[in-house]
Write a protein that binds this ligand. Structure first.
Ligand code: ADP
Ligand code: MG
Length: 639
């Protein structure tokens, strides 16, 4: 028998196999093991497990996700989750959101290599012969909402054991099997949907439509993941960047304090950066929960370093909202308004609105829809940022307004035609942890590569010079940023080939973004191109790259482990005392980087899994995102 992973009392909803049979709710003891989730009758008086009532085999599970609670759900049924398998959904209600999170997290982990994991699911209950979310009347109907990547989009077979030794091949590894399609970052946009602009957007290309913050727009066409065609209230039509709008759902979008899609750690970061006593924001308690959390920053008692508190907005049976007992409101804006004037049990009254929207608008994929050739006359050069493999990099403005970084490609340093072709593909890659490519100027020499500008510059310099006494959370957040950007590249089957701290940049709020992905293929410099060359990133390369030039997402994983090591040593040179030849020999013989002082065993074990000799045994970036989040959650709990 396998060991119990989790054990808790849940309310279980009867499975209502017949449309007309009444629903009932019973308390059951649920036990999760590696093979099964089983539920038992429970003797509350004796505190003992009684007879087995049923079970679901782990390998039959297709989806694990929260469910949006029923309207006016009683307090004991506020935290439902669903386990979908052949026979439909099994609904369980957790006592608290934390218990639910813990179970979902573990369940997702044990099912991650299952066949037939669902890409879409139903966010509401199946009840009386109908899905409450989409009104479909067939229980088997495909879900109406796309799951977030980490909820089921694990690459299948990523832990497959290699059956034969790595063949020596000079070519890059082709992905063994296509990964499941990457759902868009904000799932669920569709034609005809009303959206609200979260930022102003001034048209960058003639066909673009101006966005005015907080106004409503209708989506006319989904051009790609990054651009929509849309109509405003006055009938004007044009292209808009998809990451500037959110679905108009709950009416909260227009409030400055509402930060949709923000998680707990992002909220803490933002509040700490603002560093204002009573700074607050409202965020979704989790994805699709339909619940909200107020996060408040307090410097309590005049300490210098403040801390964050998180309060869930609760609802009464009558549907009233409250944070503190005795203060009930018919809607969330009224509740916030009240607590802006009265602490009433909170650690502080809500004094300052802190919003991600008051910061810079996010970068768009390109400077206007379909634009990738930029007119160099629209660029103003302001100052030099540094010098790299391809020459000088400058900070400047595009059209006098938009911050950009401009790489001026030294002639003879790049195979330009190949790069220009590739740039069209690179332009489509968009993720908040990747430095956005805006476009290129190719009609003159030197050619320019125009990208998003990150004020805090190169991560390696930042680690060495700017970070003083970083906290455990801060260091791990950096790793998480990189792992998320890389998980996106991995999902696009895009190999970085030169991941290292020197190829990451730091934003004004401390967010780390990955840059120069794929660029090494266009370098013309023998010292850089050959693994025997002095500029080849030997210290970041796994044995199969050093021996056979076999690049893959798994070689990026190795480099990620080294990058984590750079972060935890605040920018030391890996294998400091060894030269490249020694490194190649020693690494092939099993030698690995030591545990940095600032990394505990758990963190170091994440690094060492990235340095597994066999590429197949290394985790994927999607695995890493989850592992790192898990360690972060624990850190938050203990800090
Ligand atoms: P290359 O990739 O051509 O070797 P780098 O990307 O390393 O050049 O750029 C050289 C330096 O310029 C970096 O170390 C960094 O300090 C600065 N830099 C490059 N791109 C940006 C950017 N987008 N925002 C801010 N600084 C940048
Ligand atoms: Mg670089």
């Amino acid at each position: 028998m396998s060991e119990n992973i989790l054990e808790d009392i849940f309310i279980k909803r009867s499975q209502q196999k017949k449309k007309t049979s009444p629903l009932n709710f019973k308390e059951r003891l649920f036990v999760l093991t590696q093979d099964k989730i089983a539920y038992y009758d429970y003797d509350f008086e004796k505190g003992k497990k009684k007879g087995l009532k049923g079970s679901v085999d782990i390998d039959k599970i297709k989806c694990v996700e929260i469910v949006i609670p029923e309207d006016n759900a009683p307090p004991e049924r506020l935290f439902p989750l669903q386990i979908v398998y052949d026979e439909g959904p099994l609904y369980m209600f957790a006592k608290t959101d934390d218990v639910r999170k813990q179970w979902i997290h573990k369940l997702k982990h044990v099912v991650r290599f299952n066949k037939d994991l669902m890409q879409k699911y139903h966010p509401c209950f199946w009840e009386d012969g109908m899905w409450k979310c989409c009104q479909q009347e067939v229980k088997q109907a495909v879900g109406c909402r796309v799951l977030e990547t980490r909820n089921g989009g694990f690459s299948k077979g990523s832990r497959r054991k290699s059956r034969k030794p790595l063949p020596p091949t000079p070519e890059e590894e082709k992905p063994i099997r296509p990964l499941p399609p990457q759902p868009p970052k904000q799932p669920g946009f569709s034609v005809g949907m009303t959206v609200i602009a979260e930022y102003d957007y001034s048209p960058m290309a003639p066909q673009d439509l101006e966005l005015r913050k907080d106004e409503e727009y209708t989506i006319l066409q989904i051009c790609d993941a990054n651009w929509f065609r849309a109509k405003d209230q006055y009938g004007n039509e044009g292209y808009i960047p998809s990451n500037y709008v959110v679905e108009a759902l709950n009416g909260l979008e227009k409030f400055e304090w509402y930060c949709k899609n923000m998680n707990r750690s992002q909220a803490e970061n933002l509040l700490k950066t603002e560093n204002k006593d009573g700074g607050f924001l409202v965020r979704d308690s989790g994805r699709y929960t339909g619940k909200y959390t107020v996060s408040v920053f307090t410097k309590g008692g005049g300490e210098n370093v403040g801390s964050c508190r998180h309060y869930n907005i609760l609802t009464t049976q009558q549907g009233l909202f409250y944070l503190a007992e005795k203060h009930y409101f018919s809607n969330i804006p009224e509740l916030i308004n009240y607590h802006q004037h009265n602490a009433a049990g909170l650690v502080s009254r809500l004094k300052y609105v802190v919003s991600n929207r008051t910061q810079n608008a996010p970068s768009t994929a390109g400077l206007g829809y379909g634009v990738w050739e930029i007119d160099p006359r629209q660029l103003t050069f302001i100052r030099e940022l540094g010098n790299g493999q391809f020459g000088v990099v400058k900070y400047g403005k595009w059209q006098g307004r938009h911050d950009v970084a401009i790489k001026m490609i030294k002639e003879g340093s790049m195979s330009e035609d190949d790069f220009i072709e590739e740039a069209k593909v690179m332009m489509k890659l968009r993720h908040e942890n990747l430095v956005q490519l805006y476009g290129v100027c190719t009609k003159q020499r030197p050619i320019y590569i125009v990208t998003e500008f990150l004020p805090n510059g190169c991560l390696l310099t930042y680690l060495r010079e700017d970070l003083q006494h970083p906290s455990a959370v801060q260091l791990l957040e950096m790793c998480k940023d990189v792992s998320e950007g890389m998980a996106y590249l991995e999902s696009q089957q895009y190999i970085h080939r030169d991941l290292a701290a020197r190829n990451c940049l730091v934003d004004s709020n401390g967010t780390v973004k990955v840059t120069d992905f794929g660029l090494s293929r266009y370098v013309l410099d023998d010292e850089y191109m050959s693994s025997a060359g002095s500029k080849f990133p030997v210290r970041w390369s796994p044995p199969e790259v050093l021996l056979y030039c076999k690049f893959s997402s798994k070689s990026d994983i190795w480099a990620f482990g080294v990058l984590m090591w750079e972060i935890y040593t605040l920018g030391r040179m890996p294998y400091e005392r060894m030269n490249n030849t020694e490194i190649v020999d020693k690494v092939a013989a099993g030698y690995r980087l030591y545990r940095p002082q600032m990394a505990n065993d758990r963190i170091y074990s994440v690094m060492t899994t990235c340095w597994h000799e066999k590429a197949d045994e290394r985790p994927t970036f999607q695995d890493l995102v989850i592992i790192i989040q898990d360690v972060l959650d624990n850190l938050y709990e203990t800090s």
